[in-house]
Design a protein around this ligand. Structure first.
Ligand code: RB5
Length: 144
């Protein structure tokens, strides 16, 4: 079976953490689609949220990871797309519940507000946790 593709994107504040999370994804056997940005030059996080939303819409990837300074701006921008359920997570509990209850398809983390180890924990939990469905499905359906 082909490895699942995960799209990743970040603004300039998230470049370093994006690289770390890419490495984790590779170690876990995922194929990574990196949508940038790749350097320290200042960019606008909505542009990268939009790129990731497009990658999910056209089937390039089923899930994604977004990073900005706080994770706030880039998750707000991503959630303007109806097919995106981006969850800003600060720990593994957030990530687990974002999957179990919200069927989040995008993990958002903040590079300036979270250590790398915690971000890796969020990512691993996000990837390995299944949506619980049931009453949560009804609620997720109401957002579509
Ligand atoms: C960029 O300086 C910063 O505003 C951005 O990365 C993010 O934290 C916005 O929510």
């Amino acid at each position: 079976m082909a490895p699942e593709r995960i799209a990743v994107a970040a603004d300039h504040a998230g470049v370093e953490l994006k690289a770390t999370l890419k490495e984790t994804l590779g170690d876990l056997g995922y194929e990574v689609v990196d949508l940038g940005t790749d350097g320290p030059d200042s960019v606008d996080y909505p542009d990268f949220a939009d790129k990731l939303a497009a990658a999910l819409a056209d089937g390039t990837a089923a899930r994604g990871v977004l990073v900005c300074g706080t994770g706030i701006g880039i998750s707000i921008a991503a959630n303007r797309h109806p097919h995106v359920r981006a969850a800003l997570c600060h720990d593994a509990t957030d990530a687990r519940l974002a999957r179990q209850h919200n069927d989040a398809n995008v993990l958002a983390v903040g590079a300036r507000t979270m250590g790398q180890e915690k971000a890796i924990d969020c990512l691993k939990t996000f990837l390995e946790t299944e949506f619980e469905g049931g009453r949560h499905q009804r609620r997720v359906d109401k957002m579509s």
